[in-house]
Design a protein around this ligand. Structure first.
Ligand code: PMP
Length: 455
């Protein structure tokens, strides 16, 4: 590839160290530069249009170019561009949003703690859990159970919660005291002859056995996404959450719902907890809270979680935790307007109805020889690719990478989670736009079939 030395591509290679990218490959192939967005579409620096079938990173719920969010940000910037919430200070946007989040929570919640990203929020949850256990005089109750293929972020502690090898390898992670239990993916983990419900029972038994082996008094919490996102869009088997919650209740272990992807309509309800009857002690929110127009995250805590922490801070002095950008006025104002848009336009119902249409359309691929499973709920889905002859001898991720490229060439941005092609488009997507994704997928699949992976 020859690039003009001053081209944006050449300058990107020269100066920009990318997230989640093979740096050596990047130096060879360079970036795809996205310049602007409109609705469900983004446009690259050569003017080519793509359907953003991942809503960025599962996050631009109301779509690109939403003027109301731009106006909310501009207005707030003029009025009060920055303030914090340290040492009893507050500003109206943070108060309004905290009230709104507590009011709309799917289960009784008591307080909102603000952070800036999903990773930071989960890191904060871990610190709060430790602080709480100390407050309760149970300093041994500090371990946290997450799941294989769960995704909770990349800071040192949240990357430890994440159950994906790539987030641990060469980083000396996970931290001790963070454990991973069975991934509830029936298609991959279910045994011959085992029903979906039996598999759910086995997942709960595995959790119970882990708690017993570690000592119930050493476990502070269990964390999970209602539907797993970055681990490959893993939809839990029927009865899973009910059985998991029964185990946690037996041992006085808190439940943390990571709604960073699920929240604000993605699963066809406002929260994934509603979709699966989950009653958590804390809910972690980010991404669609502002449609990612501004980095923002929040943790909702119930009384059971919050009260001991509050009392301890009263005993030992101020809570030694908080971020400069927490509850940022611009983020809070954008979040409020974004939630208003989701409610006014009933994007939750739209996500449920168009999600059903999308999954129905994708189900036509289920019998294709290169498709192992089509799965999803609401407006989040994945198509798992398999190779009919090479099977597991083909390195994981090869098919996904090839398909990703084929889709991109056809004007659709998806994301390969190993060999699962994920779809999580903006919730404003219309059926004609869904058809564009499905048609491109059909065409790309035909092309994928012709490719020689044995070489
Ligand atoms: N939790 C979940 C469920 C996520 O999907 C993500 C990001 N994909 C995170 C946490 C981490 O969020 P961030 O990238 O903002 O740190």
């Amino acid at each position: 590839m020859t690039l003009a030395p001053n081209s944006p591509e050449a300058r990107d290679i020269a100066y920009h160290f990318h997230s989640y990218t093979d740096a050596m490959a990047h130096a060879e192939q360079g970036p795809q530069i996205i310049e602007h967005g409109e609705g469900v579409f983004v446009f690259d620096n050569h003017g080519k249009r793509y359907v953003e079938a991942m809503a960025g990173l599962w996050s631009v719920g109301v779509g690109f170019g939403e003027d109301r969010l731009v106006a909310a940000a501009a207005e707030q910037m003029k009025k009060l561009p920055y303030y914090h919430n340290f040492a009893h200070r507050a500003h109206p946007a943070a108060i309004d949003l905290a009230e709104k989040l507590v009011t709309m929570a799917p289960v009784p919640m008591s307080k909102v703690f603000y952070t800036n990203s999903g990773s930071e929020a989960n890191d904060t949850v871990i610190k709060m859990l430790w602080y709480r256990s100390n407050a309760l005089g149970k300093p041994e109750k500090k371990k946290i159970i997450s799941r294989n293929r769960g995704y909770h972020g990349v800071t040192i502690a949240s990357a430890s919660l994440t159950g994906l090898p790539n987030n641990h390898r060469s980083f000396d992670l996970p931290l001790p005291g963070i454990l991973h239990t069975t991934c509830p993916h029936y298609w991959k983990e279910g045994r011959d002859g085992e029903s979906e419900e039996d598999f759910a029972t086995r997942c709960a038994e595995d959790l119970d056995a882990m708690i017993q082996a570690e000592g119930p008094d050493t476990i502070a919490a269990f964390i999970g996404e209602p539907v797993m996102g970055a681990g490959g869009v893993v939809v839990p088997p029927a009865t899973y959450w009910e059985k998991i919650q029964a185990v946690l209740a037996k041992y006085d272990i808190l439940l943390i719902a990571d709604e960073v992807i699920n929240g604000f309509g993605r699963t066809g309800n406002m929260f994934g907890c509603e979709t699966y009857g989950i009653k958590p002690d804390a809910i972690v929110m980010s991404k669609q809270i502002t449609s990612s127009y501004v980095p923002f995250s929040a943790i909702l805590l119930n009384d059971r979680f919050y009260e001991p922490i509050a009392e301890e801070s009263g005993r030992i002095g101020v809570l030694g935790h908080g971020y400069t950008g927490a509850g940022h006025p611009v983020g809070a104002a954008v979040a409020l307007e974004n939630i208003k848009i989701i409610e006014e336009r009933d994007l939750v119902t739209k996500s449920a109805e168009n999600g059903a249409y999308f999954r129905e359309k994708l189900s036509q691929f289920a019998r294709h020889p290169m498709v192992g499973e089509v799965r999803g709920v609401g407006l989040i889905a994945a198509v798992e690719l398999v190779h009919p002859e090479l099977g597991d001898t083909l390195p994981a991720g090869k098919l996904g990478a090839a398909m990703n490229k084929l889709l991109f060439e056809r004007g659709v941005i998806s994301r390969a989670m190993m060999d699962a092609m994920a779809f999580c488009p903006p919730m404003i997507i219309e059926r004609e736009e869904i058809d564009l994704i499905v048609d491109a997928f059909a065409d790309a699949l035909t092309e994928l079939e012709k490719m020689d992976f044995a070489a």
